[in-house]
Design a binder for this molecule. Structure first.
Ligand SMILES: Nc1nc2c(c(=O)[nH]1)N[C@H]1C(S)=C(S)[C@@H](COP(=O)(O)OP(=O)(O)OC[C@H]3O[C@@H](n4cnc5c(=O)[nH]c(N)nc54)[C@H](O)[C@@H]3O)O[C@H]1N2
Ligand SMILES: Nc1nc2c(c(=O)[nH]1)N[C@H]1C(S)=C(S)[C@@H](COP(=O)(O)OP(=O)(O)OC[C@H]3O[C@@H](n4cnc5c(=O)[nH]c(N)nc54)[C@H](O)[C@@H]3O)O[C@H]1N2
Ligand SMILES: [Mo]
Length: 778
């Protein structure tokens, strides 16, 4: 399907271990190259300098937050790439589509597709010429309305959201879709931090992190589980570095020795750059088996319990925070029993770590008065992710590490407004308070039954139960598991609509009718009837702030996301339940509706005037527990019987390796900026698989040879990707790692997290076959 070597010029693939530090000279060189090769370099630099300042726009990169007080210009290499990528002058217009048929475009790589530039006018698919052709906005809205109003039930339509949509766009979208009559809101969060939301709601009564930026300045230990901030949240490296300078511990748990975690230097501190970062930032690095984190945490809890008992016997100061346990928690005795019931053999086997290392991690946790635990996709994309995240909460509750300064839970979010989108009601399982508030404010009967998440939406489209797909951003065809089946699902639709900034594969895997609706991005000036508009976003620390576009849009035919949603809504529902076009003339009107219906947004418009925005508040951070028991709940989950899925075991095949899929340094999810992964030493290629040298030999291969990867699953479907170069890498035995989305065809749609339905993208059982292409790398 995608062939990355077809990108503009085929670069020479190279592989050489990376010796420099993360975030230093290398980073600056790379940013500079990105700027210089851009067609409006100077303008980009000016734009960059306005990013995140009051009046500037929010970085469309990650969801990490900055100190609201600092007022400093904060940016990172990968934020610069994201801005640069969006702010291109290249256009994908009617002339472009006249030149390329959809069939021809399908031959191009993901990199090539997005590199062509910004989508600048609405287009409709024409089957006779196999091309997209121009359509007026009005006719596009009418076509959508015709499809939506002819469905047997509103539940036959799927409304996807990617996490870049602003609060205003997301709120309007959910209002329209619910007024239309369904809760079918598959969203990128279903593939991302869903398990965090599910787990934390049950444990502490709020599905978000409990820390703010300030807490990082007061933590004595920061645990970073399953996350690669050097690439994916570069601004997070700064508080980590400051913590180490203060004498705090940064404890990393990751099977790969990620460069950004090993050593760090900040590009804005030139003196340190001169030394090229000899000083290690972290003092401990644990490398568990894939999916072995929960076992490691249970082992840590087992040591804590042992030490607590010893302390009691010796009348020494206790290990647990008994006042907190008594006043705030429930279920601790069941949990302690489950610790006793978990045998060490199971812990050691599943975690992949010797007992001594687990003891060291437990000691580091115990030694610190205030602990923050951070995590990302290495924790959330497993079958037992909900249980793993609840084990994080358990560990933290034992010592009262939630709801006091310098301590707390920190699921580090992905997309820049993915957390805000959930707050706005993009949720296929909406909370009752939200539905009640909408019903009260808007006088319509809000649908009460749960809608489809991403995996359920794919099944529904495959079975013909869903016929219309509308995507508010994102790249559904590439981000989802089991790629050929998702393609079939989209092609099965009567109508697919993609509201996008850039061309991607989702536009090419389309329904019988198909629309591309070009929208403004974060960097663009959003001019509406009553003047230029700001939008708002929420970061990982529940800070809400405004974002103002700075660049003249490339074309007058591009519309803002709220304007596009209003257009679809007005064509489908008329002025019900609101006057959509009146609302979008001035986004403050949308924010007034948000203030009327969502908790924490009272006086929304006024509070936005505060530089840096405002804090939404977090009940768990104040030790108020919105759970059924009104307490923080210990969850006594069992460790998985076996990390390998029973459906893999049912095949009788022993996997050669367990594969995780991850991001390279030069990508933003399915957006591929380039073919390098600097910190892992890879250049000019993406179809590679990182494997331990001993495993390569054991499996009868040589480093540099090509292999086909085949997933092991019991439904008789072949899941295979071909011609991946084997790179001998420092990775624990039995594991493999490769890039997302190239290996998404290997992830079975049925392999999902218990309770989260998140595809298990970090745990795929595979075998290797010798590839017909057997080139060695240079
Ligand atoms: N530049 C850039 N920034 C981004 C993104 C991007 O693509 N590019 N994507 C954004 C989005 S949407 C998200 S969700 C975040 C993603 O941010 P990350 O979660 O950092 O992304 P991944 O590359 O998936 O990295 C997963 C990390 O977890 C480790 N890991 C894998 N399996 C396990 C395991 O079982 N246990 C442990 N302990 N570790 C494991 C991997 O080795 C890897 O270091 O970044 C956001 N920011
Ligand atoms: N195997 C595997 N699969 C994964 C993951 C993994 O680690 N491994 N990670 C998962 C995760 S964490 C996530 S979040 C999902 C990501 O899934 P998505 O959010 O669906 O994917 P993106 O690649 O971020 O979407 C990129 C497209 O968004 C559009 N876009 C960019 N900016 C804007 C904007 O401002 N407005 C609009 N309307 N469109 C815009 C552009 O057209 C661009 O082509 O993928 C998931 N899939
Ligand atoms: Mo994500």
């Amino acid at each position: 399907m995608s062939n990355h070597n077809q990108a503009d010029k085929t670069p020479t693939p190279r592989y050489k271990p990376y010796k420099g530090a993360a975030g230093g000279w290398g980073a600056l060189i790379s940013v500079t190259q990105a700027w210089l090769t851009s067609d409006n370099a100077l303008k980009n630099i000016r734009t960059m300098l306005k990013t995140n300042q009051n009046g500037g726009f929010d970085c469309p990169g990650c969801a990490w937050g900055d100190s609201p007080e600092s007022g400093m210009v904060k940016f990172c290499e990968n934020g610069a790439k994201a801005v640069n990528w969006e702010a291109t002058k290249r256009r994908v217009d009617a002339a472009f589509f006249a030149k390329h048929s959809v069939t021809a475009l399908l031959e191009q790589s993901d990199y090539w597709l997005e590199y062509q530039g910004r989508l600048t006018e609405p287009m409709v698919y024409d089957a006779v010429s196999d091309r997209y052709q121009p359509i007026s906005w009005d006719n596009a809205f009418k076509l959508i309305a015709r499809h939506l109003t002819s469905l047997t039930t509103p539940d036959q339509a799927e409304f996807y959201t990617s996490g870049r949509a602003s609060n205003e766009a997301a709120y309007l979208y959910q209002l329209f879709v619910r007024a239309y009559g369904t809760n079918n809101f598959p969203d990128c969060s279903n593939m991302c931090h869903e398990a965090s939301g599910v787990a934390l709601s049950q444990s502490v009564g709020v599905g978000k992190g409990t820390v703010t930026f300030d807490d990082f300045e007061h933590a004595d230990a920061i645990f970073v589980w399953g996350q690669n901030p050097g690439t994916n949240h570069p601004r997070m490296l700064e508080p980590l570095r400051e913590a180490v300078q203060r004498g705090a511990q940064v404890v990393c748990i990751n099977p790969l020795k990620e460069r950004g975690l090993e050593r760090f230097q900040h590009p804005q501190h030139p003196i340190e750059m001169l030394t090229n970062g000899d000083r290690p930032t972290n003092t401990a690095y644990f490398r568990p088996a894939l999916g072995g984190d929960m076992a490691m945490m249970r082992g840590m809890a087992k040591f804590l319990l042992q030490w607590e008992r010893e302390a009691q016997a010796q009348q020494a100061p206790s290990v647990f925070d008994h006042d907190f346990l008594n006043e705030h928690t429930g279920g601790v005795l069941d949990y302690l029993a489950s610790i006793d019931d978990t045998p060490w053999e199971q812990i050691v086997e599943q975690s992949g770590l010797p007992m001594g290392e687990i003891e060291l991690a437990a000691k580091m946790y115990l030694k610190a008065n205030n602990v923050i635990m951070c995590w990302a996709m290495g924790i959330t994309q497993h079958r037992h992710s909900v249980a793993t995240i609840q084990e994080i909460a358990n560990l933290m509750l034992l010592r009262g590490n939630i709801g006091r300064p310098g301590a707390g839970l920190c699921p580090v979010r992905g997309h820049s407004n993915v957390q805000g989108d959930r707050t706005m009601g993009i949720n296929e399982r909406p909370p009752v308070f939200l539905l009640d508030a909408l019903e009260k404010r808007f006088q319509f009967k809000v649908p009460r039954s749960n809608g489809h998440n991403v995996v359920e939406a794919i099944h529904a489209m495959l079975d013909g139960r869903a016929k219309v797909f509308i995507g508010l951003g994102g790249n559904f065809a590439q981000a989802t598991p089991d790629s050929p089946r998702t393609a079939e699902a989209l092609r099965n639709c009567a109508l697919t609509v993609q509201i996008s900034t850039k061309l991607n594969r989702s536009h090419l895997m389309h329904g019988k009718d198909a629309l591309i609706l070009p929208c403004l991005g974060r960097t663009d000036i959003d001019l509406q009837a009553e003047g230029p508009q700001a939008v708002t976003v929420e970061d990982s620390f529940s800070m809400v702030h405004a974002s103002n576009g700075q660049l003249q849009p490339l074309s007058r035919e591009m519309r803002s996301e709220p304007a596009i949603i209003a257009g679809i809504a007005a064509a489908t529902l008329g002025n019900h339940p609101v006057d959509w076009n009146w609302l979008i003339a001035d986004y403050r009107r949308i924010r007034d509706l948000i203030a009327d219906t969502l908790p924490g947004f009272k006086d929304f418009n006024q509070r936005l005037e505060h530089p840096g925005g405002f804090y939404l508040g977090n009940s768990a951070a104040e030790r108020r527990w919105n759970t059924a028991s009104a307490r923080a709940n210990f969850k006594a989950n069992l460790l998985p019987m076996d990390l390998v899925n029973e459906r893999v075991r049912a095949t009788g095949q022993v996997p050669d390796l367990i594969l995780q899929s991850m991001r390279s340094h030069d990508q933003y999810n399915t957006t591929i900026y380039g073919l390098d992964d600097r910190y892992r030493g890879v250049r000019g290629q993406r179809e590679v698989v990182f494997v331990n040298e001993a495993d390569i030999i054991r499996l009868g291969f040589q480093p540099g040879q090509k292999a086909d990867l085949i997933a092991i699953w019991d439904d008789g479907r072949e899941r295979r990707v071909n011609g991946f170069t084997l790179l001998a890498f420092d990775i624990p035995a039995g594991q493999a790692a490769a890039y997302y989305p190239e290996v998404n065809p290997l992830v079975p749609l049925e392999s999902v997290g218990a309770g989260s339905h998140t595809p298990t993208s970090k745990f795929v059982a595979i075998r290797l076959e010798r590839s017909a292409q057997s080139n060695r790398i240079a």
